[in-house]
Design a protein around this ligand. Structure first.
Ligand SMILES: Nc1nc2c(ncn2[C@@H]2O[C@H](COP(=O)(O)OP(=O)(O)OP(=O)(O)O)[C@@H](O)[C@H]2O)c(=O)[nH]1
Ligand SMILES: [Mg+2]
Length: 274
């Protein structure tokens, strides 16, 4: 499936009925919600790991809307087609939830989360996976960097931090894609596919997102080539303790990832810029 519309106002064109319906319904139910930092968690059949992720949110952002360093923070879980009670697990914890009726992929779920952030006029968007492999407490650090003004797109890096997974094939892939994408965007990146990052809403407003599933390189390349100031911060990657990966196994994962990198770079390279 290809999602072909850019973010921003144009994204509200009526050619994606599911996004439009879910977005308008969400805004209607949450009318008046004021948010500075929207933490978006894509979750597909993660009922067993999501509660642990929500528990590990920094104390000040555990309940919505609270404040972190004087920002109003809200947590939004985007589930689509989950059959294991993921959306209920989120709603039971009192966080904002969108449950799409059919499964559309991590990229599609995140894109909807970004659209919500843009419509809510949030200042920052933060993303953390629901798989329990990334510590949401690290998001405070990412927001600090954005607050400092030294970057507009902050990517978590297991290379600068550490990984407890110990998969040498994956490690090789992380190194290769770090090298390739650094070359393409002209900024040194050591880990392009971690499950934790934060950016200003402005850094992504107007970019185009087509990738329904293998989304992280597209977001990074498109944001960087549209002018985002990218930097990394060290994070720890843990082993999955519940649920299972929704991605292809190693070699196929690598191929899909490479395809997304090439397509995105060529598309962005050909995009006329003011
Ligand atoms: N809403 C939604 N979330 C998804 C979908 N596919 C994956 N996710 C979520 O995206 C996050 C990352 O997915 P994983 O399957 O762990 O993939 P990964 O971390 O990139 O790869 P692994 O290293 O194999 O785990 C998790 O929180 C998933 O629940 C999807 O189709 N819809
Ligand atoms: Mg994972």
């Amino acid at each position: 499936m290809q999602l072909s519309r850019p973010l921003g106002e144009a994204a509200l064109a009526p050619d994606d009925p599911i996004d439009n319906l879910l977005l308008e319904e969400f805004l209607e139910v949450n009318r008046g919600l004021a948010v500075d930092v929207l933490i978006v968690i894509p979750a597909y059949n993660e009922a067993d790991s999501l509660p642990g992720v929500l528990d590990r949110m920094p104390e000040t952002i555990a309940r919505m809307p609270e404040t972190i360093a004087s920002h109003r923070v809200a947590i939004l879980v985007v589930s689509d087609g989950s059959t294991d009670g993921t959306a209920k697990a989120a709603a039971d914890r009192g966080v904002l939830t969108i449950a799409a009726p059919i499964n559309r992929g991590q990229g599609a779920a995140l894109k909807l989360g970004y659209l919500v952030a843009i419509r809510l006029k949030a200042r920052y968007v933060a993303v953390v996976d629901a798989d329990g492999q990334w510590d949401p407490a690290d998001l405070s650090f990412a927001i600090d960097i954005l607050d400092s003004g030294s970057a507009t797109f902050v990517q978590g890096s297991r290379v600068l931090g550490s990984s407890e997974v110990g998969d040498s094939f994956r490690d090789l892939g992380v190194t290769f894609f770090g090298w390739l994408i650094s070359l393409l965007i002209g900024t040194k990146i050591t880990d392009t596919s971690s499950g934790i990052r934060a950016f200003t809403t402005g850094a992504i407003d107007g970019i185009r997102l087509d990738q329904p599933q293998y989304q992280s390189s597209e977001l990074l390349i498109a944001a960087a080539m549209s002018g985002a100031a990218v930097c990394e911060f060290p994070v720890t990657m843990s082993k999955r303790t519940a649920g299972s990966s929704k991605k292809a196994k190693n070699a196929l994962y690598g191929w899909y990832y490479l395809r997304a990198v090439i397509r995105t770079f060529l598309r962005e390279f050909r995009t006329p810029r003011p």
